[in-house]
Design a protein around this ligand. Structure first.
Ligand SMILES: [Zn+2]
Length: 129
């Protein structure tokens, strides 16, 4: 949503009466940006929650996040010390085996159907995946 023009904020210093250019604008705390990011994540999570149990488990495991708390990191052990590491994204083959499905194509079909459901549900919110 941030355009090239938005990046350059021009303002006039009341003391010096000269236009200045601020190229250090950080929109990550811009209320409008934060609002729309929150709205979008709400829409995504609502669409995810509307999936059935197996779809949620497969989507989360394939994309690498926790289906309960949406965390994308997990605590692992490295050299005897706990570390935060990104959750591993599971392959279609691994998911087929873990969920006792016929083959990777079946997993792929279930995932595509789940993403389709999410897109459809989010369509009504005016936001898209
Ligand atoms: Zn979790």
């Amino acid at each position: 949503m941030q355009s090239f023009v938005d990046f350059f904020v021009f303002y006039t210093d009341s003391d010096e009466e000269e236009a200045r250019e601020d190229v250090t604008t950080d929109n990550s705390t811009n209320p409008e940006q934060v609002f729309f990011a929150a709205l979008r994540s709400d829409a995504v999570l609502n669409a995810f929650e509307a999936l059935d149990y197996r779809e949620r488990m497969l989507v989360a495991a394939h994309l690498g996040f926790c289906p309960e708390c949406y965390e994308i990191y997990e605590i692992k052990e490295k050299g005897g010390a706990p570390i935060f590491a990104p959750r591993k994204k599971k392959s279609l083959v691994d998911l087929a085996i873990e969920h006792e499905l016929a083959d990777p194509d079946t997993v792929h079909e279930i995932l595509e159907r789940a993403y389709g459901k999410m897109r459809k549900k989010m369509g009504g919110s005016g936001l898209s995946l």
